[in-house]
Design a protein around this ligand. Structure first.
Ligand SMILES: Nc1ncnc2c1ncn2[C@@H]1O[C@H](COP(=O)(O)OP(=O)(O)OP(=O)(O)O)[C@@H](O)[C@H]1O
Ligand SMILES: [Mg+2]
Length: 246
């Protein structure tokens, strides 16, 4: 018997392991991670290089599959989907923002944001309307018809956030989204991200910066593929100095 799904839980990782390779050279990138993401929640994922942060995000986004354990998106384990159904879940429910190269340079901002909807069969006019709404949410409505090369890095990341949360998508997975920005612009982008999440989405934010983690409700700290601490961003039991020097 399965427990009824709580609609507030957008994403859950249950005892997730991910091993690359086999035998003596196997790399245990994740060694039993549990994590729950609720609507309205931004969770920062921190930890030293190689601790498994990107692996965790890739699994959460269905870009990679766990060796064992479950990744559950809005109540359904990704492992139970066929290949084509998984591709559809990725388009409809999950949005990714990376450090850079998020946007397609030959498409305008609105076309970039509308793309996942169009790929999913939404009529072009409806997709554009949704895209404009999403751009409006991140303060980029006026840039709808501009190309990525004519925008600053911070503006491009705001468009990438608009695309990640266009239409019905509620799960935002961001891997160092401010890594290529100066710190002031990075803060502005995180403020936008925070506002979008407050409006009912949920997000995992991989970051090296303690001041960026301060935008989160909780910080999950990884070391060697294990969660070594999971606390409140306002009162972390891992001191931020320790995080910064990790
Ligand atoms: N495709 C792969 N094949 C083999 N090993 C891998 C692969 N992907 C990741 N790893 C290994 O898994 C471990 C975790 O990597 P991961 O990229 O998740 O770390 P990270 O915390 O994101 O690091 P960084 O802060 O440098 O981005 C590392 O030891 C890495 O070398
Ligand atoms: Mg990484």
């Amino acid at each position: 018997m399965t427990a009824p799904h709580d609609p507030e839980i957008l994403l859950a990782l249950r005892d997730v392991h991910r091993t690359h390779g086999e035998g003596p050279t196997a790399v245990h990138a994740l060694r039993g991670v549990d994590l729950t993401l609720r609507a309205g929640e931004l969770v920062a994922v921190m930890g030293p290089s190689g601790s498994g942060k990107s692996t965790l995000l890739n699994l959460a986004g269905g870009l990679d599959a766990p060796t064992s354990g479950d990744v559950v998106v809005e109540g359904v384990a990704l492992g139970s989907y066929s290949r084509s159904a998984l591709a559809q879940v990725r388009r409809r429910r999950l949005g990714y923002v990376f450090q850079d190269l998020n946007l397609i340079p030959t498409l305008t901002a609105a076309e970039n944001v509308a793309l996942p909807l169009e790929l999913d069969g939404t009529r072009a006019r409806d997709a554009r309307e949704d895209a404009l709404r999403s751009l409006d949410d991140v303060g980029m409505r006026d840039a709808a018809d501009r190309f990525p090369d004519d925008m600053s890095g911070g503006q491009q990341q705001r468009v990438a956030i608009a695309r990640a949360l266009v239409g019905p998508r509620r799960v935002l997975l961001a891997d160092e989204p401010t890594g290529a920005l100066d710190s002031e612009t990075g803060e502005e982008v995180l403020a936008v991200l925070r506002r979008r999440i407050d409006a009912g989405a949920g997000g995992l934010l991989v970051t090296h910066e303690p001041r960026h983690a301060a935008w989160a409700d909780r910080v999950v700290f990884l070391r060697d593929g294990l969660v070594v601490d999971s606390g409140d961003a306002d009162a972390p039991s891992v001191g931020l100095g320790e995080v910064a020097s990790a």
